[in-house]
Design a protein around this ligand. Structure first.
Ligand SMILES: [Zn+2]
Length: 333
């Protein structure tokens, strides 16, 4: 019999990626396409997403009967048991049935999970979380997503919101977060927060090095700030150091709550690496007095751009029983 495969789908706000993956995490083939997130969800799923999955199978030279199941990560609050997206600010979806339309289009079982919870599974299985039983993951991008693993299993929580580490309050009177709260770590250390810090400096005549690199204030991205910091720009170093410090405050809270073996920092903004991690570790050491902070490595995630599809593949492999239980078994349909 042919080797079994699964398909991992990463559904983002502007693109969908799909990869055909084997049990060891090898990608046999993948495909991607831009999407229009304002399309009716049923059409988006049955047409655009399904087509990219079929394209990935064609590229991989893998037939449908060799595919055991499909996993999909997407931003928002996901009810994995019902295959429903309860709420996704990115798509403006409320209680949208997601798994079933895709199952009908593909004639395959489809399993859903929040995107960063799915990245966490991917890192556990194929990346920087291999070999540990407990883990906290934060993915820094447009927002900050999170995932927690305790005793070898992903924490999903009573309302599928367990592990939303980006919404830990780190500054009670801090800036407003997209979630409505004030001073979430997402409001202080995400990509938009870093860009806002550049704008604030620019307003008083600073950040000239970053502006020169980007061309204009409107064009500034976190990648420009990272690049400027690597070139020794003092403003960029201070902005990333401040973001890293807030990240450290959040990590200290996580360490105090669950004392994980390892903390992983991923996502596009996480590419800043040690520029964020050094101040984060310093802050953790300052705050965590119940644990010797040096005993909990705070390190970069490993899967990078592939985190989305490999995480979704790990979800599918787990859900069809090809990998040992990373999820709470009582949730399995
Ligand atoms: Zn928030």
């Amino acid at each position: 019999m042919a080797d079994p495969y699964v398909v991992g789908i990463d559904l983002g706000g502007s693109h969908v990626n799909a990869a055909v993956v084997d049990v060891t995490g090898n990608v046999a083939g993948q495909a991607e396409s831009p999407i229009d997130r304002t399309r009716p969800p049923r059409d988006l799923l049955r047409e655009d997403v399904a087509r990219v999955v079929l394209d990935a199978m064609t590229v991989a030279g893998v037939e449908r009967r060799a595919v055991r199941g499909v996993g999909m990560g997407l931003p928002g609050n996901i009810d994995r048991r019902r295959g429903v997206c309860r709420f996704s600010p990115n798509f403006r979806w409320h209680d949208v049935e997601v798994a079933r339309p895709l199952e009908e289009a593909l004639d395959l079982s489809v399993f859903l999970l929040n995107d960063v919870r799915s990245h966490t599974l991917g890192e556990m299985q194929f990346g920087a979380g291999r070999g540990v039983r407990s883990l906290a993951m934060l993915a820094l991008g447009t927002g900050i997503g999170g995932g927690l693993v305790v005793n070898g299993r992903l924490i999903e929580g009573a309302h599928s919101a367990g592990g939303e580490l980006g919404h830990i309050t780190v500054d009670p009177l801090g800036p407003r977060c997209g979630c409505g709260n004030r001073g979430c770590v997402e409001a202080l250390a995400s990509g938009p927060a870093i860009v806002r810090a550049v704008a604030e400096l620019a307003e008083v005549g600073g950040a000239t090095g970053i502006l020169a690199l980007a061309g204009s204030l409107e064009a500034v991205t976190p990648a420009h700030v990272t690049q400027a910091a690597r070139d020794g720009d003092v403003d960029a170093l201070s902005i990333l150091s401040e973001a890293g410090r807030w990240l450290g405050v959040a990590i200290a809270t996580v360490l105090t709550a669950i004392d994980p073996e390892r903390v992983l920092i991923g996502g596009g903004v996480g590419q800043a690496g040690e520029l964020l991690l050094v101040p984060a570790r310093r802050e953790v050491a300052r705050r965590c007095r119940m644990i010797r902070a040096s005993e909990t490595p705070i390190v970069a995630a490993q899967l990078g751009q592939e985190a989305g599809v490999l995480g979704a593949a790990a979800l599918a492999l787990e859900s069809v029983g090809l990998l040992p239980g990373l999820l709470d078994a009582s949730h399995t349909a």
